[in-house]
Design a protein around this ligand. Structure first.
Ligand code: FES
Length: 154
């Protein structure tokens, strides 16, 4: 997406709620990330002009924090826990099964933009290991053989 006029006006609306100063950058980036699930390049350029700060500074902040993503992400973010409990109960094999099933690697998004895949550390549900979180939904005691049916439930 290159950012048509209505998209630019969405960014302008977000910026209306903030001071047009550099200190507002992180808050603005959070709102844009929430809106698009990543930070589109055209939006970053727009912010850079509006806040009168360089693209290097904007990119510097956008790439520093894990909460921000510079590439489009899938509609559903799949997080596979690789914390100790999950690791010991086969999280690596679950992750590999997802890679095979979706045809993507860590940090990538499927061509249809439906899924993105990421590994994370403890999700706080160790007794139910191995745990996979898809969007806001937990799938517990997963295994490579359950992956296909898990994906169908999304
Ligand atoms: S280690 Fe996976 S939920 Fe804690």
């Amino acid at each position: 997406m290159s950012g048509d006029l209505s998209e630019y006006s969405k960014i302008d609306n977000i910026m209306k709620n903030h001071s047009l100063e550099e200190s507002a950058l992180i808050s603005i980036l959070h709102e844009i990330e929430n809106l698009y699930n990543y930070l589109p390049d055209w939006a970053l350029r727009h912010i850079s002009e509006k806040l009168n700060i360089s693209m290097i500074q904007v990119y510097g902040v956008a790439s520093f924090y894990d909460a921000f993503h510079l590439k489009p992400r899938g509609k559903h973010l799949i997080r596979v826990c690789k914390g100790t409990a999950c690791y010991l109960r086969g999280a690596t094999q679950v992750f590999e099964a997802l890679e095979r099933e979706l045809g993507i690697k860590e940090g990538e998004t499927t061509r249809d933009q439906k899924f993105s895949l990421q590994s994370v550390h403890c999700l706080g549900a160790c007794a139910l290991a191995p745990v996979v979180l898809i969007g806001e939904r937990y799938f517990d005691k997963t295994s490579p053989t359950k992956i296909r049916s898990v994906l169908k439930k999304v």
